[in-house]
Design a protein around this ligand. Structure first.
Ligand SMILES: NC(=O)C1=CN([C@@H]2O[C@H](COP(=O)(O)OP(=O)(O)OC[C@H]3O[C@@H](n4cnc5c(N)ncnc54)[C@H](O)[C@@H]3O)[C@@H](O)[C@H]2O)[C@@H](O)CC1
Ligand SMILES: Nc1ncnc2c1ncn2[C@@H]1O[C@H](COP(=O)(O)OP(=O)(O)O)[C@@H](O)[C@H]1O
Ligand SMILES: [Mg+2]
Length: 282
């Protein structure tokens, strides 16, 4: 098992060439946010924006439109019942699905549409309710994405893997991952106070940063957005995922130097400065 350290940030975060534009930094679509959990997808989108994705769209319940645009006018919106969503899905580099999605029949249909239309040049980040839906119906397990990143917390992983939290050992987690996703290129980000990362090629990593001030609703939604932002601009491979995990908890540790509680939106707020620092170091 390897530790994730600050070295991953200088390796992954590059200075931007002058001759570049938004199309070079990835198109990302985030799907989620029902009538009750709009904040989840708004926080994920803000994290994708502040971590540097080139073009960001959100497919959500229309009740969330005003809040989304009032907070981040840079982000594009599509009503998640709009038929054009299918077309948009096929054009994306990265799709993040799940924060605040819910688990009703509409959410189920959304997951089915997504998993039937994703292709091998795309990265799929599945979080929160997307994982709960897969746990309920194995027909929703995508087979054709280039990379699938799963970001469950321990309870979501319990539902998906059937391994109760005290029994979630590295070997049990790896074998469950390979049983559920036998042929896919998958990274499992199993979130806890010491997040472990597992790959379908048997690698295991542990994140040693982060703090209990981060135990605040929306913290995982923010991580999903950063993973989306990093894979959109730095590519759908392992290193950008590890860098996103490390940056998220590094930001949490910086905020915890002065703050008892770490607000997820404060993490997103300091990402651009932190990224600038590591881009100049590398
Ligand atoms: N502002 C918002 O709109 C927010 C919406 N959220 C959404 O709410 C929905 C339900 O997600 P939840 O995760 O709250 O509900 P879950 O029912 O999936 O899990 C939460 C419970 O799992 C247990 N648990 C055990 N180990 C844990 C661990 N290591 N980390 C976290 N929980 C652990 C805790 O008792 C916790 O109350 C999702 O769609 C999620 O995206 C949350 O992200 C919170 C913020
Ligand atoms: N005690 C802690 N120490 C370090 N990190 C923590 C701690 N508690 C929570 N976190 C981090 O916060 C995030 C919580 O994710 P999640 O439970 O999905 O939040 P939400 O669904 O509310 O957005 C994870 O990245 C987890 O590692
Ligand atoms: Mg979560």
């Amino acid at each position: 098992m390897s530790e994730i350290t600050a070295k991953i940030l200088t390796k992954v975060i590059k200075k931007r060439p002058s001759n570049s534009h938004k199309g070079n930094y990835g198109r990302i679509l985030l799907i989620g946010g029902n009538e009750n959990y709009g904040g989840a997808i708004i926080m994920a989108a803000e994290a994708a924006l502040n971590s540097g994705a080139g073009l960001i769209s959100v497919a959500t319940h229309p009740v969330n439109l005003n809040a989304l645009h009032a907070r981040n006018p840079e982000v594009m919106f599509i009503d998640w019942r709009d038929r054009n969503l299918l077309n948009l899905i096929t054009k994306m580099d990265v799709i993040v699905c799940g924060p605040g999605l819910g688990t009703n029949s509409f959410a189920h249909q959304m997951m089915l549409t997504l998993c039937q239309n994703v292709s091998s040049n795309q990265t799929l980040v599945l979080d929160a309710n997307a994982l709960d839906l897969i746990a309920q119906d194995s027909k929703l397990i995508p087979t054709s994405a280039g990379l699938i990143v799963l970001t469950p917390h321990q309870m979501e992983w319990q539902r998906l893997s059937q391994i109760r939290i005290p029994y979630q050992t590295d070997s049990a987690n790896l074998s469950a991952l390979k049983k559920i996703f036998p042929t896919q290129n998958v990274i499992l980000v199993l979130k806890s106070n010491r997040t472990h990362v597992y790959t379908s090629t048997n690698e295991i990593f542990v994140n040693t940063s982060g703090n209990p001030g981060m135990a605040t609703g929306g913290m995982g939604d923010t991580l999903a957005g950063i993973i989306g932002g990093f894979t959109a601009q730095f590519g759908g491979t392992l290193d950008p995922v590890l860098a996103a995990i490390y940056l998220h908890s590094l930001a949490g540790d910086k905020i915890a130097e002065t703050d008892y509680v770490v607000r997820p939106t404060k993490i997103s707020a300091i990402l651009p400065q932190l990224m600038n620092h590591y881009a100049n170091k590398g």
